[in-house]
Design a binder for this molecule. Structure first.
Ligand code: DGY
Length: 321
């Protein structure tokens, strides 16, 4: 009998083609509404593998109910949606898709920063809505980024890629805070790892760390209060790294200049959320890895992780607790 993989959302067809070529039956959830926790369990019980999304919570109950699975392949680099400890107790390998979305994610962080610093959204609105009446010497004055400092929190692959684009492309000075000192980064920018406090005093603060118990609400009333009034805040990592109530207060009272978020808590963020009522924020719907190139490569890795996992072989990329 063929092995079956349940895919919780439609993903690029390169994945399904590869799986079928390897004699694996593919069952994809095609409803517009994502499967609930219960539906993932029901479908998981009929399969030997799952390709899951960052938004699918695979918790203890899931693993208790689907302990027969041979592999779970997350269609993402982040795996904070998965209870890794229980997965490991059940001996279920967990795959992820690192590297291939690094540039796409750093590019989106750059989009958010440039859009904020050059008042892109309000100026597009002005032109489109007939308010563009004259060339305005004092209109839409933005902030130059050259020679400004970029404070990166979490200097992994994506943080490093963003640093490179901002330093070599825009002439920004890099400051970073990370779990470890990173010698090649220090060498490249002639710097040393900084404290969190020092990093927060940069002209731009961008979050690139994982979500875990030590980074949950890392950005809160206290840490935001260390930022400059003229600073921009960017988050393309996970929404829960930020205490959103505190961010709202900070933006409402103009304690920082603006924020660009690709991730929120919850996701989707309801349109009635108070953050949407602010002028000094840009929110995108978790699209950092959304380029055709990145998503095709993520799909290929996710499929290969399933194929290898079903054969009992080591995954291309895996994570452990
Ligand atoms: C990831 O891969 O972790 C992203 O957040 C989803 O693209």
């Amino acid at each position: 009998m063929k092995d079956k993989v349940f895919i919780t959302r439609e993903i690029p067809s390169v994945a399904t083609e590869l799986l079928k070529e390897n004699n694996i039956e593919v069952d994809t959830w095609t409803d517009l509404a994502p499967p609930t926790k219960e539906e993932i369990i029901q479908e998981g019980q009929k399969a030997q593998a799952i390709i899951s999304m960052v938004s699918d919570p695979l918790d203890k109950v899931f693993f208790e109910s689907c302990s027969h699975l041979k592999v779970i392949s997350n269609f993402a680099v982040g795996v904070n949606n998965i209870d890794l400890k229980t997965a490991s107790k059940k001996n279920i390998p967990i795959g992820n898709t690192p590297d291939v979305l690094t540039d796409a994610t750093a590019d989106l962080a750059l989009c958010l920063l440039l859009a904020l610093s050059r008042n892109l959204l309000p100026s597009i609105k002005n032109a489109k809505e007939g308010d563009w009446r004259r060339w305005e010497p004092l209109g839409f004055l933005g902030t130059a980024l050259q020679k400004k400092s970029l404070g990166i929190i979490g200097m992994g692959r994506i943080g490093q890629s963003f640093a490179k684009k901002c330093h070599f492309g825009l002439g920004m000075n890099i400051v970073y805070h990370s779990r470890n000192d990173i010698p090649h980064v220090n060498e490249e920018y002639k710097i040393q790892k900084s404290s969190l406090e020092e990093t927060l005093r940069s002209d731009v603060v961008s979050i690139h760390c994982d979500l875990n118990s030590s980074t949950k609400h890392l950005m809160n009333r206290r840490t935001f209060s260390l930022m400059k009034k003229e600073a921009y805040f960017i988050n393309t990592s996970r929404g829960e790294v930020v205490d959103q109530k505190d961010l709202f207060e900070v933006l409402k009272n103009n304690k920082i200049k603006g924020a660009g978020l690709d991730v929120t808590s919850p996701e989707p963020l309801p349109p009635t959320d108070e953050l949407f009522g602010l002028e000094n924020i840009i929110i995108t719907p978790h699209i950092a890895s959304a380029t055709k190139e990145a998503r095709d490569q993520m799909a290929t890795i996710a499929a290969k992780n399933v194929i290898l996992g079903l054969r009992g072989q080591e995954l291309l990329h895996s994570v452990t607790s």
